[in-house]
Design a protein around this ligand. Structure first.
Ligand SMILES: [Zn+2]
Length: 327
């Protein structure tokens, strides 16, 4: 690939591709159904239940937040509990206890959970896999997530190592584009590779709740895991793509931090597109990660978002894989 061509993925190109291309094909039909469903379910107040940090989104849908843990979404029904992400392994006991105490969660939570979605491969999301896999439950993920969980991963930037999961703990039902667990639960791939190349969303049309894992962070700067495919252009792209799944009433559950609305999604999309532009400009001028950090490409956002250095370095490095002609 020639240099010009390699650098030709401009923001305009990126936005056009996301809005007019795959997103329209994959998500267009869903978006229309979203609009129809949302007009019927605009209510659904949130409330904190008792002493645990279970936030009620609807009678049968909750966000579970344990200290230091990523968000877990729990859907309760007569045929069992469905989870979007399972927390880290060390939080498993506390999480299962919380699930057992939910209305409809069942007295024995381990029997109650029937299905687990892994929004991506990170240990903060896959800590329940082994327990549920051994119990014969269904673990759904994008095929790329299964592949990462079946191999050892080492992060180049800090040497952190992640052991592959045993076979029984790996996702046992994978998909490539979209799927439907039942009429109340739809899911799909987020192909922009915002956080990893296996990112997925789960959508609950009746409750109008969209769970997106770490493809969106609402708690400071995100991790850009370029080792397993994530990149800053993917963050900007996913924020646009996911808008096509949401409307003004949609409650969006990010991997970390409080529940978001469409307006917050749009604000983040603008912010990350700005940062993407600045970083690609520096890349095109032959600058490196340290120069990118020193240039403070996030300066007007730092008061709100926190120290950006780690994020900017990873985000800049992530461009190499996608935009450098030699990559
Ligand atoms: Zn993650």
């Amino acid at each position: 690939m020639g240099e010009q061509q390699g650098f030709s993925l401009s923001r305009r190109h990126l936005l056009k591709g996301v809005v007019g291309g795959a997103a329209g094909l994959v998500l267009g039909a869903s978006a229309q159904r979203v609009s129809a469903a949302a007009s019927q379910t605009a209510s659904g107040s949130s409330a904190v239940l008792g002493s645990n940090a279970a936030q009620r989104l609807a009678d049968d849908l909750f966000v579970l937040q344990l200290p230091g843990e990523a968000n877990v979404v729990a859907y309760t029904s007569a045929s069992g509990v469905v989870l979007v992400d399972g927390g880290s392994a060390k939080a498993s006991d506390a999480l299962m206890k919380m699930i057992g105490e939910l209305p409809g969660g069942g007295r024995r939570a381990d029997a109650g959970v029937q299905t687990l979605f892994n929004t991506h491969w990170h240990p903060e999301q896959t800590g329940l896999n082994e327990t549920l896999g051994k119990a014969g439950k269904t673990i759904i993920a994008h095929e790329n997530t299964r592949l990462w969980l079946s191999t050892d991963v080492t992060w180049s930037w800090n040497g952190q190592r992640f052991k592959r999961l045993p076979k029984v703990a790996q996702p046992n039902k994978t998909f490539y584009t979209t799927g439907q667990l039942n009429p109340d639960i739809r899911y799909g791939y987020i192909p922009d590779a915002a956080h990893t190349d296996g990112d997925m969303y789960v959508y609950f049309p009746k409750q109008n709740v969209l769970a997106v894992g770490d493809a969106i962070s609402n708690q400071g700067w995100p991790v850009v895991d370029w080792q397993t495919g994530g990149w800053i252009g993917g963050i900007a792209g996913a924020l646009l793509r996911l808008q096509t799944l949401a409307n003004d009433q949609t409650r969006i559950v990010p991997g970390r931090g409080p529940i978001m609305g469409l307006a917050e999604l749009k604000a983040q999309a603008t912010m990350y597109a700005t940062i993407y532009d600045r970083l690609t400009t520096m890349l095109n001028k032959g600058r490196g990660p340290s120069e990118a950090v020193a240039a403070r490409p996030t300066k007007e956002f730092d008061d709100r978002m926190g120290n950006p250095d780690e994020f900017v370095r990873r985000a800049f490095e992530s461009l190499w894989a996608y935009l450098s002609p030699d990559a």
